[in-house]
Design a protein around this ligand. Structure first.
Ligand code: NAD
Ligand code: MG
Length: 386
């Protein structure tokens, strides 16, 4: 079980819920980081007394340094600051709750410093899964999934003999626009896309849920975590978000993990594994849920899911390209520079126009491909206006 944790992205949705769990179980917090929200970061620092905090934005870091000058908490800034937090000497487990591929380097640095990882940041595995998994082996550390579907699969696998897994079944809520046609989606607004039926999450993942890119990223994430091929990963729409995912074993037995949709359950399991401790969440009342529904995904309307599956099958740097194009497209949509349906179109066009794939690649290749993809998407679509 973790006892001293550094929380990267502590001001976000997963970060604040991680601190709820830390508060309940008296975990020591050794470092906290944020992009720029220093008001909340200061409050967190005063409550949890970490050894250090880090802020990506230099100006915000300078302000925080003044604000915390009456304490002995060190304040760091920039990417190097975030990496220092990932490597903080006394910490045993790093919770990576950063959004986007910006979490990749801190993940790798934490592993190299022999920290266990509670990983929410799925883009790390989508873009750099090969490097992360081999570093995990090389440095002999543990990786505990926080994403609810992957935590569910990890929980279902406890006690199953090795090699008994036939396939994983990822459940998906279907996001804000389940059942809609492409026509219906032509003029949807940012506010509509940000209204998720079951979960209260950061803006990027909520848009990813609406396009179903999130489930595509999760298929790739599952392939790394559980050693599965694309054909061994099913996606099933389950509107109620009560079954968090399932596994099917070789004898066709299916095991599911259920619970109220509250991320503090998977966060806590990642931090207390293998123990099961009381939780700040509600109990599941199945009589209240009454019925659960299941549907096959609509791969044509929600084409991001199909694009991610293609990228996984093509392998190499394709997932890096799909992820980078999506990150830029989602940011543009949130700024109302492009329309909702432009997101899948941009991701698909960018993946189709990528011809520099490599099977043997290193970190430099990933970072360069990520950078070049972002630059291309910005250049090509950055001037579009609605
Ligand atoms: P969020 O936007 O609420 O929070 C992101 C955090 O990362 C914030 O603290 C922010 O300050 C920090 N951050 C943002 N950009 C950064 C950068 N470039 N460098 C360093 N720090 C940066 O996001 P979230 O919803 O908490 O999601 C975090 C990660 O967890 C994502 O990868 C998401 O896919 C995954 N996840 C989230 C949920 C959820 O319920 N929110 C569920 C499953 C998985
Ligand atoms: Mg998920």
């Amino acid at each position: 079980m973790a006892s001293k944790i550094s929380v990267l992205g502590s001001t976000g949705s997963i970060g604040t819920q991680t601190l709820d769990v830390a508060r309940m179980h008296n975990l020591q917090v050794t470092a906290l980081t944020a992009n720029s929200n220093i008001k909340l970061l200061e409050e967190q620092a005063r409550e949890f007394h970490p050894k250090m905090v880090a802020v990506l934005d230099m100006g915000a870091a300078a302000q925080l340094k003044i604000a915390l000058s009456d304490t002995d908490i060190d304040v760091f800034c920039g990417e190097e600051g975030i990496i220092c937090a990932a490597q903080e000497e006394t910490c045993d487990t790093v919770v990576n709750a950063i959004v986007g591929v910006a979490g990749l380097l801190p993940t790798l640095k934490a592993i190299e410093s022999r920290k266990n990882l509670a990983l929410a940041n799925k883009e790390t595995l989508v873009s750099g899964g090969k490097l992360v998994m081999s570093a995990i082996d090389r440095f002999g550390v543990k990786l505990y999934p926080v994403d609810s579907e992957h935590s569910a699969i990890f929980q279902c696998l406890q006690g199953c003999p090795r090699n008994s897994l036939k396939k994983v079944i990822l459940t998906a809520s279907g996001g804000s626009f389940f059942g809609k046609t492409r026509e219906d989606l032509e003029n949807v607004t940012v506010r509509q896309a940000l209204t998720h039926p079951n979960w209260d999450m950061g803006a990027k993942i909520t848009i990813d849920s609406a396009t179903m890119m999130n489930k595509g990223l999760e298929v790739i994430e599952a392939s790394w975590l559980f050693g599965c091929e694309d054909r061994d990963i099913d996606v099933l729409i389950h509107r109620e978000s009560i079954i968090h995912s399932m596994i099917q074993l070789k004898d066709n037995a299916v095991i599911a993990q259920l619970g109220v949709p509250d991320m503090r359950i998977p966060i806590q399991y990642a931090l207390t594994y293998p123990r099961r401790l009381p939780s700040p969440t509600r109990e599941l009342d199945l009589a209240e849920v009454a019925s659960m529904t299941f549907y096959r995904p609509d791969y044509e309307t929600f084409s991001c899911l199909a694009i991610c599956r293609d990228a996984l099958r093509m392998g190499g740097l394709y997932p890096t390209v799909a992820n980078a194009a999506n990150e830029v497209a989602v940011a543009m949509f949130l700024r109302e520079q492009i329309r909702f349906l432009d997101i899948p179109d941009i991701v698909s066009e960018t993946v189709n126009q990528f011809h520099e794939n490599k099977d043997n690649f290193d970190l430099e290749d990933i970072l360069t491909t990520d950078h070049n993809t972002r630059a291309k998407v910005n250049e090509k679509y950055g001037h579009t206006s609605l």
